[in-house]
Write a protein of this length. Structure first.
Ligand code: GAR
Length: 203
């Protein structure tokens, strides 16, 4: 049976698009069964619709507090029964309940070489720090902010005339490569978590 992927989004959804295309081409042997957005305006919702993927909006602003939002999100996830949850530009920290329920079954993509520059505006942080190399990281989600075990990373140069925009665009190209790769490895059962290290199991 095809593996079930749920993708959580907040914004424009180019990483969602990369995952959609990787499932459509058969590169990833799984199906995106649901897209969930905390933001009703997210362009990612349009991408889901165009791909014929069901989408649910849980408008964060309409919930009285984080606890009630997380409870609703957990209910949606349970109903979708995912093998894997992908955070793709999902700009919230997942609550502990969801993280422990789906331990090592939640992946996130982050636009820096973690553990450098976690949190918001990673590309701006990288420029302000003055690093010459940056990149992106796919990692399992744990209770911390961008702290979970690292699955894949890709690096790219930072140029003297970069702005947060140009650096983000450069990193994004690598994001669109390593996120589908990581999802493929996961769904093929090739990732083994050994403490902080994620080992890729060879054939
Ligand atoms: C991506 O660069 C992703 O790595 C980043 O937001 C962007 C979303 O773009 N995520 C984070 O910063 C999470 N902390 P997208 O909506 O086009 O995929």
């Amino acid at each position: 049976m095809s593996k079930r992927i749920v993708v959580l989004v907040s914004g424009r959804g180019t990483n969602l698009q990369a995952l959609i295309e990787a499932t459509q081409s058969g590169y990833i042997g799984g199906e995106i069964v649901l897209v969930v957005s905390d933001n009703p305006q997210a362009y990612a919702l349009r991408r889901a619709q165009e791909a014929g993927i069901p989408a649910t909006v849980l408008d964060y602003g309409l919930f009285p507090n984080k606890k009630s939002y997380e409870a609703a999100l957990l209910e949606v996830l349970e109903r979708a029964n995912p093998d894997l949850i992908c955070l793709a530009g999902y700009m919230r920290i997942l609550g502990k309940g969801i993280v422990s329920r789906y331990r090592y079954r939640i992946l996130n993509i982050h636009p820096s070489l973690l553990p450098a520059f976690p949190g918001l505006d990673a590309q701006k942080q990288a420029l302000e720090y003055g690093v010459k190399v940056s990149g992106c990281t796919v990692h399992f989600v744990d209770e911390g902010m961008d702290t979970g075990p690292i699955v894949l990373q890709a690096s790219c140069p930072v140029f003297d005339d970069d702005t947060p925009h140009t650096l983000s665009e450069r990193i994004l190209q690598y994001e669109h490569q390593i996120y589908p790769q990581a999802v493929k490895l996961f769904l093929e059962g090739k990732l083994r978590v050994d403490g902080r290290r994620v080992v890729t199991v060879k054939e």
